[in-house]
Ligand binder design. Structure first.
Ligand code: ASP
Length: 327
């Protein structure tokens, strides 16, 4: 079976049959992710991903395979369409776990990946709009004719937020995660993203960090994260969930316990960064975890709600509601 972020639904619909027919769970997880990486309309990943503050698309991806307990990842990779596939090659064709930046790009080129311009016109315009509205103290002037250059809801909300008070963590995020369990009981997972929109160049989120953006263990199950990467890194969320599964927790309880830790950690950190917590004490950011155990039990949990994607033999691929922290 497959579980992952809501954005994984299209890929699950295309590739679930391959898993059901005995396909390798790692190959299927990566294939599902590649559907979104190649989709220019998905501005959270791969082609068309929102760029960093210099207008350059930098991608992060990782995968992990239970039967060998090996992972592979790339971070800050530029001009490569399928970082998830490169992560799989790091896993299979190197003795390493993570390649970054230029080294990751050159490794991909050595394996025959073409150089691709990933910045689409829509994402360039969104970036330009963000840049022009960033400050009244610089020389970049926003369009004055009332005609937006970009047709992007998330960017408008950033602009609106930043007019009141700068809240950088409100910037659009998005990612695809997939965990897969084969009928032979093999577990694997993959996470891929363009990361936080307009991030500081070189910023790496949780997605390529094993234990944060994803983790699996053939003895207990798999987990992955989307949302505010810094919170996922600080909680080591995916690793924590898999350890809770090892201790006997259900996927739902394990996911919720990880979220509770994230909330407490945000409350502590809010002494330095008050913007991280709202007046009611809840985090001002969103974070989701997707959890799958070896029995095929699963859960999607979230600070703010929404949907996740799942595919199983009984009901095929579909969206389900993410569980909130409270029952
Ligand atoms: N977790 C990703 C990151 O922080 C972004 C996201 O999932 O929205 O890079």
């Amino acid at each position: 079976m497959l579980i992952g972020s809501a954005t994984a639904l299209d890929g699950m619909q295309r590739f679930y049959a391959e898993l059901a027919a005995g396909g390798d769970p790692l190959d299927v997880a990566v294939d599902v992710c590649k559907v979104q990486e190649a989709d220019p309309e998905d501005q959270s990943v791969g082609l068309g991903g929102l760029p960093n503050e210099d207008g350059v698309v930098q991608l992060d991806a990782a995968c992990m395979y239970g039967p060998t307990h090996k992972s592979g990842a790339v971070a800050c990779i530029e001009n490569i369409l399928h970082p998830s596939e490169v992560a799989k090659l790091v896993m299979k064709r190197t003795d390493h776990c993570l390649l970054v930046g230029k080294g990751a790009y050159e490794f991909a080129r050595a394996h025959g990946f073409p150089h691709v311009e990933l910045l689409t016109e829509a994402s360039r315009k969104a970036w330009l709009e963000w840049k022009e509205n960033l400050s009244k103290e610089d020389d970049w002037l926003a369009a004055r004719d009332g005609h937006r250059t970009a047709n992007l809801g998330p960017v408008r909300s950033i602009v609106a937020d930043s007019d009141a008070s700068p809240t950088p963590w409100k910037r659009p995020t998005g990612t695809i995660h997939v965990s897969a369990l084969s009928s032979r009981g093999e577990i694997a997972c993959c996470t891929t993203t363009s990361g936080l929109a307009f991030k500081i160049p070189g910023r790496v989120g949780d997605s390529p960090i094993i234990g944060a953006g994803l983790y699996c263990d053939q003895e207990c199950g798999s987990a992955g994260a989307t949302g505010r990467g810094e919170a996922s890194i600080l909680a080591n969320g995916s690793f924590a969930i898999v350890e809770l599964l090892r201790q006997g927790a259900t996927p739902l309880d394990a996911g919720r316990e990880a979220l509770r830790r994230v909330v407490r950690q945000a409350q502590r950190l809010s002494k330095w960064q008050p913007e991280l917590v709202r007046a009611d004490g809840r985090p001002s950011f969103n974070l989701q975890f997707y959890v799958l155990d070896l029995a095929g039990r699963f859960a999607g949990v979230s600070l703010e709600g929404g949907k996740f994607a799942v595919a199983d033999p009984e009901r095929g691929a579909r969206h389900e509601e993410l569980a909130l922290l409270e029952a």
